[in-house]
Design a protein around this ligand. Structure first.
Ligand code: PLP
Length: 429
């Protein structure tokens, strides 16, 4: 395939946008080469500026659960735009989407809308701190909760249990309050809680991790976290920015039958517009301004275009009782197809999958946490990524990302994808 126009556009972008992109992973740094500039998309396909067509497994990193340019969402946004795009006043549609979200998700009475997943997680942690009057938080290595300071933390050195900044600009003072645990390791969490008795406000996690590839929680991990939180008076925050409305109507709480105290949303809830949200029982949400003293605000929060897109999206999901079954079956079909092909070519791999999230790791051992995900062979991944791209299949340009299956994919598309894996695997061996 030719990427002539994309290359020219990337050059031009680099002059006026740092690295040519507004979010780093788009720059293809992890895989090399020039990023592809999108021009349009419809259903399961994305079209680039050179006229190439790709089957899309990124789907804007998750929001496009029902495919690109999904008609009910597009129509809702177009109609709303004609009435004015922002008022800075309350609007009826904010209540409508809030009522729907609250009816779909367990354990939440109220929801506050923001403009990104980052904002949702940042605000959820502030709320947890304000509610518990404690300052420390526990997060897991490899889980991503957006780019606010408290989350840009890596494992500390030596015997210290707190983390250190993993970006310049994040202060030691901030890092000191974020404790880092190993995913799927309840004993590690318990030892951190013991060592920081009475000081931890919340544990935040991706209940199915999606930002180190897809990593499911081990059998009792979520339930064990719930019990540890109860025992220590700590809030359990589910960051469902990726999994919310994707794995089940009620997200991971429904899927795994575990109760969270605070839930964060993003991606699917905005139907492709910039939306995030966080939600909890009224008793917790009452601590937020203007009712309570925990401050949180946003000029464009609850924006009518964003709410129209989100409401159309959630309505479509809520009205379709077969959706999650179909997604699961499509993803299982892809899983089986790719596994057969990679086995045939004797390429070492591990495939993880939950519902419509799937990731292919070129690693021998089970992938259960950041450490095991990092053991994947990155050279193989790079070659695989570029091979797939040339076959017209667009997967995320990093081995640490999940593939997102959309309902717009047909079995013919999936067969094409599996055939492409066969072609590429042949080149790899
Ligand atoms: C994408 C993501 C975020 C950040 O959302 P943005 O909208 O990019 O700020 C937070 N948490 C998880 C689990 C995510 O996947």
């Amino acid at each position: 395939m030719l990427y002539k126009r994309s290359s020219a556009l990337f050059k031009e972008a680099n002059q006026v946008i740092p690295g040519g992109v507004n979010s780093p992973v788009r720059a293809f740094k992890a895989v090399g080469g020039t990023p592809i500039f999108a021009k349009s998309a419809k259903g399961a396909f994305i079209y680039d500026e050179d006229g190439n067509r790709f089957i899309d497994y990124i789907n804007s990193w998750g929001p496009m659960l029902l495919g690109h340019a999904y008609k009910p969402v597009v129509d809702a946004v177009v109609e709303k735009a004609k009435l004015g795009t922002s008022f800075g006043m309350p609007t009826e549609i904010e209540t409508k989407i809030a009522e729907l979200a609250v009816s779909m998700v367990p354990n939440i009475d109220q929801i506050r809308f923001v403009n990104s997943g980052t904002e949702a997680c940042m605000s959820a942690v502030r709320l947890a701190r304000g509610y518990t009057k404690k300052e420390k938080i526990i997060k897991f290595a490899g889980c991503y909760h957006g780019h606010s300071d408290a989350f840009l933390i890596q494992a500390g050195s030596g015997a210290v249990t707190f983390g250190s900044p993993n970006s310049p600009g994040v202060t030691q003072g901030t890092a000191k309050d974020t404790l880092l645990a190993r995913y799927n390791d309840i004993e590690h969490v318990n030892s951190i809680l013991e060592a920081n008795k009475g000081e931890v406000a919340c544990i935040i996690l991706e209940p199915v991790a999606g930002n180190m590839g897809c990593i499911p929680p081990k059998q009792t991990f979520l339930q064990d976290l719930r019990e540890a939180c109860n025992q220590h008076g700590v809030l359990l925050v589910f960051d469902e920015v990726m999994t919310g409305f994707r794995l089940a109507k009620g997200g991971c709480q429904e899927l795994y039958n575990v109760d969270a105290d605070v839930v964060c949303f993003g991606k699917v809830i905005g139907g492709g517009l910039p939306v995030g949200a966080f939600a909890a029982r009224a008793e917790i949400m009452n601590h937020l301004a203007p009712n309570g003293s925990v401050y949180q605000a946003g000029t464009l929060s609850g924006n009518p275009l964003a709410m129209a897109a989100g409401l159309a999206m959630l309505t479509a999901i809520n009205d379709d009782d077969q959706l999650f079954k179909r997604l699961e079956e499509k993803t299982a079909y892809l899983h089986k197809g790719i596994k057969n092909v990679l086995d045939k070519h004797s390429i070492t791999h591990t495939i993880n999958r939950v519902g419509s999230m799937i990731s292919v790791h070129f690693a021998e051992d089970e992938v259960v946490d950041f450490q095991s995900a990092a053991k994947g062979n990155n050279e193989t991944f790079k070659a695989f990524f570029h091979g797939m791209l040339d076959e017209g299949i667009y997967i995320a340009p990093s081995a640490f990302e999940t593939w997102f299956i959309t309902d717009a994919l047909t079995y013919e598309d999936l067969d094409k994808t599996i055939a492409a894996v066969d072609t590429v695997a042949n080149q790899l061996t």
